[in-house]
Design a protein around this ligand. Structure first.
Ligand code: MN
Length: 290
């Protein structure tokens, strides 16, 4: 859905880059090769975000196994497919085909068991999976699921020629596909032409990061290369971020309000206490998770 931006988001001072992170190359599921950009050690710093995985390969052996049946409880997963086709099925009865430019938003809540299986035997598979925490009061809510095709996702182009897809939150007066009250997540995919600047207002208390997946950008004087995440400083005197390019670049810009609650993370479960993790394991063992 193409929208007209209702306001030009002017900022007075950009956040600076606190740290650059390249992540860890690893495998998950049935041997899917990926880069874990946001790792467990950054969960406090980037609260309410728990994980960001980037996957991208034209070698079928890197992705064919997919992610067979596995459980989740206590948070939300947001899968953004840049290229490729993946089929999702879950225990709540949801099924969907995720492909080129589509987003799948799944709230695991009290529990789902799902599979994510590639529907291609060759070609490029590229995308991202972001984990967003749920507040303690919502961890045991009923599961929820939505598929958005590329055409379903709100988007706009700025005066500087930056194409913006608003997966969550609000940018330049355009409201995203999903909004969440507790964590107010912002999730933008930015396609910047050469020599462009993109500005986005960010509440000072919200944690924010940018992940450059093509090209390179400059943020407040720091050069951020491709496949690098820039953690943006929570500078009280900055009211947003300005992202500049020399050449073309593609960037995910992600921000949210921290929950400031205890995080107990074990595999596919993210709760507040170890007791709740044991409960999840017991529920899974006894067939009560989903
Ligand atoms: Mn999963």
């Amino acid at each position: 859905m193409i929208h007209t931006p209702s306001r030009n988001e002017q900022i007075t001072r950009s956040r600076s880059v606190e740290r650059q992170v390249t992540g860890n190359v690893t495998t998950d599921g049935a041997g899917v090769k990926l880069t874990r950009v946001l790792t467990q050690s950054l969960q406090r710093r980037l609260d309410p975000f728990l994980m960001l995985d980037a996957f991208g390969s034209d070698q079928p052996d890197d992705y064919l196994g997919g992610f067979p049946d596995h459980p989740h409880r206590g948070f939300e997963t947001i899968t953004y497919m840049i290229a490729g086709r993946m089929r999702h099925r879950d225990s709540a009865g949801h099924e969907g085909l995720l492909e080129n430019g589509g987003v799948q938003w799944m709230t695991a809540g009290r529990g789902v068991i799902h599979s994510e299986i590639p529907q291609q035997e060759e070609g490029v598979m590229e995308g991202f999976q972001l984990w967003l925490n749920l507040p303690a009061r919502d961890k045991m809510i009923a599961p929820w699921y939505r598929d958005f095709t590329a055409a379903d996702l709100p988007g706009f182009t700025t005066g500087a020629g930056v194409t913006v897809t608003v997966i969550a939150g609000e940018s330049h007066g355009v409201t995203g596909a999903v909004t969440r009250e507790a964590t107010a997540p912002l999730y933008l995919d930015l396609h910047l032409p050469a020599g462009a600047r993109f500005t986005q207002l960010l509440p000072a208390g919200h944690n924010a990061f940018a992940y450059v997946y093509r090209g390179e950008v400059s943020i407040a004087g720091s050069l951020i290369p491709a496949q690098c995440m820039a953690i943006l400083a929570n500078d009280a005197s900055a009211d947003g971020v300005a992202i500049d390019t020399l050449g073309e670049a593609n960037v995910l810009l992600i921000a949210g309000r921290p929950l400031n609650e205890p995080i107990a993370h074990y595999g596919p479960f993210v709760m507040n206490t170890n007791q709740e993790i044991y409960q999840a394991l017991n529920d899974l063992r006894n067939g009560r998770l989903a």
